[in-house]
Design a protein around this ligand. Structure first.
Ligand code: GRF
Length: 203
């Protein structure tokens, strides 16, 4: 079994997309062994619960520093023997120690075509606001490895989505999720689990 740990902070629709593809057999021999949130009572934890997946809120306030917090995340995922850490709407920047510890084993989904609308400050609706403000006609989503620079790691998969006249950030966000994010995140995980992504090649 290829074991995934998922980090969340919110609604968890990307987590749900992964769960669905495991349950319908598209993702074979892949298991989510833990879902960890840094925010209490988020719906993503509820989704995990509904599917009998171990889920836990780890509170930053209980740790004296960001490094201590990351160390606890690393300890927990190591105990669970995860092969891959998938960030799914996780709203914290992971520190260097954690990233080193899980080198080439952390992935993220970003709701734009990197390098557009990515990096520091580009998260959530802000990404779509920026895309609309710039007037791009095509946006999309990107799955990438997590390295030290925000959104700068090797790109694993991208999918384009049309921007339509009259789109609001919310409408565009929903289209990007439906047409790109929920499709390419499980697909990328499948390729990684099957050993088909060579980090040296994609880098
Ligand atoms: C998604 O737009 C994802 O691209 C970004 O954060 C959002 C998370 O949504 N990183 P959800 O919690 O998976 O519904």
């Amino acid at each position: 079994m290829f074991k995934i740990g998922v980090l969340v902070s919110g609604g968890g629709t990307n987590l749900q997309a992964i769960i669905d593809k495991i349950e319908d057999g598209t993702l074979k021999d892949i298991e989510i062994v833990a879902v960890v949130s840094n925010v209490a009572d988020v719906y993503a934890l509820e989704r995990a619960k509904k599917h009998n997946i171990e889920n836990i809120f780890i509170n930053r306030k209980e740790f004296s520093s960001p490094e201590e917090y990351d160390a606890e995340l690393a300890r927990y995922f190591k105990e669970k023997q995860v092969d891959l850490v998938a960030l799914a709407g996780f709203m914290r920047i992971l520190g260097a120690e954690f990233i080193k510890e899980f080198e080439n084993k952390i992935i993220n989904i970003h709701p734009a075509l990197i390098p557009a609308f990515s990096g520091k400050g580009y998260y959530g609706l802000k990404v779509h606001e920026a895309a609309l403000e710039r007037g791009v006609k095509i946006t999309g989503a990107t799955v990438h490895f997590v390295t030290l620079g925000a959104d700068e790691g090797p790109i694993i998969m991208q999918k384009a989505v049309e921007v339509k006249h009259g789109d609001t950030p919310e409408v565009l966000q929903k289209r990007v999720m439906e047409e790109a994010e929920w499709q390419i995140y499980p697909e990328a995980i499948k390729l990684i689990a099957e050993g088909k992504i060579d980090t040296l090649v994609v880098g």
